[in-house]
Design a binder for this molecule. Structure first.
Ligand code: IVH
Length: 688
């Protein structure tokens, strides 16, 4: 992005982030996920890093958190409360370290890795050991005095603890030579002067659930996350209510003239003084060790009693830490390594059309690369025209992208306020982008389809499908080679593959004698194919792997399958009406039928043992009421496995009605029509 573009983008991002910030901090109600908001902030941070002269004092990156609310005394932090820059993967963590090392090339780096709590940053000041002041971070310089709320937090001492002699001795021995012993002893014993503990006020997951249940019962709005919950509770003007909320505290920084020289020593000291620190925190010699820590914490994340959103890496040596300085509001010596967001934001640069095996035109968003759950994503299927209308998406829009659970990224929301002036409306083409033929959209269907059955894109997609893993499983015919084979007229239908000679391939890009022969051998080695795979490979609409297997075991041979009447097809378990119809039209179409004949000339389709007719073959069953030993679905499956048919209503043709607990009107009807009924025991006997 050039500077002019960056300037426009930065202005838009700032405005939108400010809007969300207000929702988040003041209204406690965020329209988008925190992960998506983080992604927008990250983009802004990166742009400002690229063009530092575009940074303005009012940029959200220059402010640590929302302003000071009315009703609380303002207090100034002696040492500003900083924030952290984010990294989302190992590369970004490496890049962070590289930047630091560049500034201090001769320094020895050691790291302290901490759990990153999801809560509210608080500074607590002790004077001569007594809690004197507690403040929120506010804008980093000035926060709100919240000591009334903080006093209710049982995990924070109102007076600092004096460690046992043995603990002090142990500390001195452990860090001998790396501290100012006298000062350390003074800090631990008489706590003279000012000691500032900073850390996270948070709410246990259990506590938050309880609170939300309560709020729900009273018809009040629920709290979206522990951060909001902690913020709300700590700001309670009534300390009684704050106490009921059951907040906890975990320290992550200690300030004062303490005599320690590393961050690890500082936190160890904090724990001795009676302030909790996270027990998982670890010293790490290098980023490999940090990565291990990041992974192990990630693995137990769901089981932890509190919410975390990542880990924090800090340079352990305090002098080195300070000497690395601050950029904007973040120290160079620390970074938050956040757990891969399953949501992110990016910009849709274009919408391409891909034409599939069935001729359907699928719009695909082409986006700026974005990291999502650990991988880089650049494309996302938009499925069809309706989906684009539903999203309200224009080319050039900023979108929220999600990769939840499964592997397929999905655009879930457009952020229209970030829309650029030159954004473009998407129109589905009237012609197929591959072959130029007209496209049509059948009434009642969402897909737009290329009407040309000879469309190159369809041929290509089918050829690739044909050689794919679930079909002929021929390795070495990737998309590029398949395209060349079709374009050069070497293959115009699948059967042609077996007619290829190595000399034919030599004319293609990337083939030499050895590789050409190898591919020919590979193709010839796959002449024989199982019946179900062969049926699947034809690419008949509505006939997938599962259906192909059902058909293969029902008919046993390809010729029997091909000759089957619609009624015979219909009687096969698992075959629906749409499959029957498309099988019929597939073999009726001379073009596809010819292709099959050509294939049968060159390949050998194995026969399959026909499934023996089960003992329930030719019988029809109805179920009513619930069974004790199995669910109704299980019972139906068992009947089908033995060749019986399931019907939903009782008629004279019904062979048996199975009557379970609390039967319905079907039982009465069976009695009326004189259809035999079976109770559960009788049914089980018949099964065995
Ligand atoms: S250190 C010197 N350590 O994360 C840098 N922050 O995204 C100051 N947080 O404002 C922060 N756990 O509210 C630090 N172990 C930890 C933390 C932590 C949670 C919060 C804190 C901070 C925010 C930055």
């Amino acid at each position: 992005m050039n500077k002019d573009e960056a300037e426009v983008r930065i202005a838009k991002l700032r405005k939108e982030i400010a809007r969300y910030r207000y929702q988040y901090h003041v209204l406690n109600k965020l329209e988008i996920s925190e992960a998506a908001l983080d992604a927008l902030k990250h983009e802004l941070y990166k742009l400002e890093e690229q063009y530092p002269d575009l940074i303005t004092p009012d940029s959200p990156t220059q402010r640590v958190a929302g302003g000071v609310a009315k009703g609380f005394k303002k207090v100034k932090h002696d040492v500003p409360m900083l924030s952290l820059e984010d990294a989302f993967n190992r590369e970004e963590a490496d890049a962070w370290l590289e930047r630091a090392k560049k500034l201090r090339p001769r320094a020895q780096f050691e790291f302290y890795a901490e759990v990153k709590m999801d809560g509210l940053a608080i500074s607590v000041i002790y004077e001569d050991g007594a809690m004197k002041r507690a403040a929120t971070r506010g804008d980093g310089r000035v926060g709100e005095e919240v000591i009334r709320g903080v006093r209710t937090i049982e995990s924070l001492p109102l007076h600092l603890r004096v460690p046992k002699d043995s603990e002090i001795e142990h500390f001195l021995k452990k860090h001998k030579g790396h501290m100012d012993e006298k000062k350390v002893v003074r800090t631990l014993t008489v706590h003279s002067g000012r000691i500032e503990a900073r850390g996270e006020v948070y709410m246990l997951k259990k506590q938050l659930e309880k609170l939300n249940k309560d709020l729900k019962a009273r018809g009040k709005p629920l709290l979206a996350n522990p951060r909001n919950a902690a913020a709300g509770a700590i700001r309670q003007l009534d300390p009684k209510i704050a106490a009921e909320r059951g907040l906890s505290f975990m320290g992550w920084q200690i300030l004062g003239d303490l005599g320690v020289t590393t961050h690890a020593q500082g936190l160890e000291m904090m724990a001795l003084l009676g302030i909790p620190i996270n027990e998982s925190n670890r010293l790490c010699a290098n980023l490999d060790e940090v990565e291990k820590f990041q992974k192990s914490i990630g693995d137990k994340r769901d089981k932890l009693p509190f919410q975390i959103d990542g880990i924090v890496i800090k340079v352990n040596d305090s002098v080195l830490f300070d000497s690395l300085g601050v950029v904007g509001k973040t120290p160079r010596a620390a970074v938050a390594w956040k757990y891969a967001a399953e949501q992110g934001t990016t910009i849709v640069r274009d919408i391409h059309i891909s034409v599939g095996r069935t001729g359907a035109l699928t719009p695909v968003a082409v986006m700026d690369p974005v990291q999502l759950a650990g991988t880089t994503v650049t494309h996302a299927s938009l499925h069809n025209e309706d989906e684009i209308r539903r999203l309200g998406l224009k080319i050039g829009d900023t979108v929220i992208l999600e990769k939840a659970g499964d592997i397929i990224p999905k655009i879930i929301k457009v952020l229209p306020k970030l829309r650029a002036k030159n954004s473009k409306e998407f129109r589905m083409p009237h012609k197929c982008p591959m072959c130029g033929s007209d496209v049509k959209r059948r009434e009642g269907e969402v897909a737009t389809v290329c009407a040309n059955k000879h469309c190159f894109a369809q041929e290509l997609a089918h050829l690739q499908y044909f050689v794919g893993r679930t079909n002929f499983d021929i390795r070495g015919v990737g998309s590029k080679i398949a395209e060349q084979l079709l374009q050069n007229g070497l293959v115009s239908e699948p059967a042609d593959l077996w007619k290829l000679k190595s000399v034919d391939l030599l004319s293609l890009e990337g083939f030499a004698e050895v590789s050409a022969q190898k591919l020919v051998d590979e193709i010839q080695a796959h002449k024989k194919i199982a019946l179900d795979r062969f049926i699947n490979s034809l690419g008949i609409r509505h006939v997938g792997e599962e259906t192909a297997r059902d058909l293969a075991s029902a008919f046993g041979s390809f010729s029997a399958f091909r000759k089957a009447t619609p009624e015979e097809l219909d009687s096969v378990d698992g075959i629906g009406e749409s499959a029957v119809e498309s099988i019929r039209s597939y073999f009726e179409d001379k073009r596809t039928a010819d292709k099959v004949d050509h294939l049968l000339d060159v390949v050998e389709v194995e026969t399959m043992k026909k499934k023996a007719p089960g003992k329930f073959a030719g019988t029809s069953w109805v179920l009513t009421g619930s069974l004790e030993s199995m669910s109704r679905d299980e019972a139906k499956q068992k009947i089908r496995n033995l060749g019986g048919e399931i019907s939903s209503s009782v008629s004279k043709k019904t062979s048996y009605v199975i009557v379970g607990e609390n039967p319905g009107s079907k039982f009465d009807k069976a009695k009326k029509l004189g259809v035999p009924t079976l109770n559960e025991n009788e049914f089980l006997k018949k099964l065995s």
